[in-house]
Design a protein around this ligand. Structure first.
Ligand code: NZQ
Ligand code: ZN
Length: 393
């Protein structure tokens, strides 16, 4: 087991009706003026925003509002939010929504107290040293942003989608009421299931070799998703299934499943972020479209690891004489699960017929214009990235 730091300061308030506690939680966090940040119509339509406004008023908290966050959240709205927070003297950001709304809130939190351009952080040119506090009301179990240090933003100029991680971005609190996810379209539920599994697998596929407890926790989380994902798809108002998935979303991305491992991988995420930037695809769907190609490209780095995944997670019968067959069966079985959720397993399934020129552009951007490689299970350079995009076509 490797040395590690586990830092998870977010207070989780989980269960039915918990959004009514938001005013009190904001008050306890010392806020005096809040930016209430949200997306399109869903939170207004469900009555959630009205309940949140009511709770803030009851707690005597002043607030201003900024809606309109779109999936793959845009920098232009974050810049608007930063101006608004400065003008209004906002000292706390309250996103109500999915990962896109929370990420936009984190970006505003960094930018409001930074003299330069907040994109510097997402372009890996500077580190944030301060941020306004953020507390969240989650409506979509997927990204884990409600406990994570990450946020992912898209700069319209060049359509660059980039992630930034800093412990200052970890929410002070997150309110998780599984009932708030009943209204999700099936497609978003499925995208969320894929994303939660991928956050686990980006950590699970590592070369550490002696991370037993973390392995077993990861495998349990993945099996929980295989079991309860279809239940939630079948019956969107199954409270227990929604609750299992929502908590799994937190655990998959709050750092617990990285404890003691050598290095996380994140290649599939980095490849997907380029697809999200270029085609504005839903994050989970983009992950499902490229994961199998990534897996087939890298599995030989540690065939036994993929065979362990196949047996312990996907329930494949172990072929002891041929671990490669076992490994490949596990990859195929997970793809079949994605298909059963209505998810794509190729980029053409997403509706795009990639040209060679687009493959070159995607891989050039993915290696930050030649500035870096990605991945740890297998280190990938620009040519490797292009090959995976070709395989995923
Ligand atoms: O805008 P509204 O009307 O709210 O609709 C949203 C949106 O259209 C809808 N929705 C959300 N909650 C709903 C609902 N519809 C009905 N009922 C509800 N309860 O769902 C749509 C998608 O929302 P979005 O927030 O974009 O989805 P998600 O939570 O999957 O977030 C995706 C973004 O997060 C980033 C992704 O790259 C992508 O940009 N990620 C952030 C991470 C992080 N901060 O740690 C890690 C992830 O790996 C990921 O990269
Ligand atoms: Zn993700």
């Amino acid at each position: 087991m490797k040395n590690f730091t586990y830092y998870t300061p977010t207070k989780i308030v989980f269960g039915k009706d918990t959004e009514k506690e938001v005013g009190q939680l904001v008050k306890e966090a010392g806020a005096t003026k809040v930016l209430l940040h949200y997306g399109g119509e869903s939170a207004q339509r469900s009555g959630l925003l009205d309940r949140v406004r009511e709770s803030l008023k009851e707690a005597g908290i002043e607030f201003v509002e900024l809606g309109g966050v779109v999936p793959n959240p845009r920098m232009s709205l974050a810049y608007e939010g930063i101006e608004l927070c400065r003008k209004e003297g906002v000292d706390f950001i309250l996103p109500v929504g999915g990962g896109s709304v929370i990420d936009s809130a984190k970006c505003i939190a960094y930018g409001t107290v930074y003299d330069g351009d907040v994109w510097d952080f997402y372009d890996y040119r500077a580190e944030a040293t301060d941020a306004l506090p953020v507390g969240t009301v989650l409506t979509l179990a997927a990204t884990g942003s409600e406990m994570s240090k990450s946020s992912v933003m898209t700069l319209e100029e060049g359509w660059l989608k980039r992630g930034y991680g800093n412990d200052l971005g970890r929410p002070v609190f997150s309110i998780l009421n599984p009932e708030l996810t009943y209204s999700l379209p099936d497609y978003q539920t499925a995208c969320g299931i894929v994303d939660i599994m991928m956050h686990t697998m980006e950590r699970y596929f590592n070369l550490t070799g002696d991370s037993r407890l973390t392995d077993v926790l990861s495998e349990a989380l993945l099996r929980t998703m295989l079991e309860y994902g279809p239940v939630a798809m079948e019956n969107p108002e199954d409270y227990n299934a929604r609750a299992q998935i929502m908590w799994a979303g937190c655990v998959s991305h709050n750092g617990l499943l990285s404890a003691g491992i050598d290095e996380e991988d994140w290649s599939t995420h980095k490849l997907e972020h380029e697809l999200g930037g270029m085609f504005d695809v839903a994050h989970g769907a983009g992950l499902a479209a490229v994961w199998g190609s990534w897996a087939r490209y890298v599995y030989k780095e540690d065939v036994n690891r993929f065979a362990q995944f196949a047996v312990n997670v996907m329930g494949v019968t172990n072929d002891f004489r041929d671990q490669e067959t076992t490994a490949l069966a596990g990859i195929r079985k997970l793809e079949e699960f994605f298909i059963s959720l209505g998810m794509p397993t190729s980029i053409s399934d997403l509706g795009y017929d990639l040209t060679e020129e687009q493959i070159e552009e995607l891989s050039y951007k993915c290696c930050l214009m030649g500035r870096c490689t990605i991945g740890a299970f297998k280190r990938l350079d620009q040519d490797d990235m292009a090959e995976i995009f070709r395989m995923a076509k």
